[in-house]
Design a protein around this ligand. Sequence first.
Ligand SMILES: [Zn+2]
Length: 165
Amino acid sequence: MSEITNTSNIVDIKPKPPQWFLDIQEKGRDIPEIVKIINEIIPDWCFKLLDDYSVDYPHLKDNWNHCCERVETTPNKIVIVRDIPIERDTPNFRHIHTMCDYLTKLGCVVRRMDEIIECSVCNRALPTRVLYDAICNLDTDNVQRLIQIKSVLPDKWSDKCKDCQ
Ligand SMILES: [Zn+2]
């Protein structure tokens, strides 16, 4: 447990991890089991797990793959949560951000429920209309990336994938 080179190791969390966090670590990469424990600590925070993004949004999958490469893991689950608070005085702020970091290290992507919905046919993740509009109006200095994203983006938003209509 003491290999310094293993970046996925959470042993140096400060202060000393509480028991529930140790219980979570024991579950390895089993996200449904981890979510059960999280929901006891942060009631109703996590409420859906999806396996993948819709093929209509390859750039979302690309982003996910890049995040996983950065922490040397492979894609696991898309974890849909009620909220990821920005204000530090929000209840559970610290717990929520600790869990977001931890889930990311396990190859999960944590998204807010107002950003992601589930295709009712294939159960893959789709952006909500709000996120779709935000992607359409994306403002970035990386013009090449913007052109690349816009070239693959569906012409109009839908709550189902193109092939699931
Ligand atoms: Zn679908």
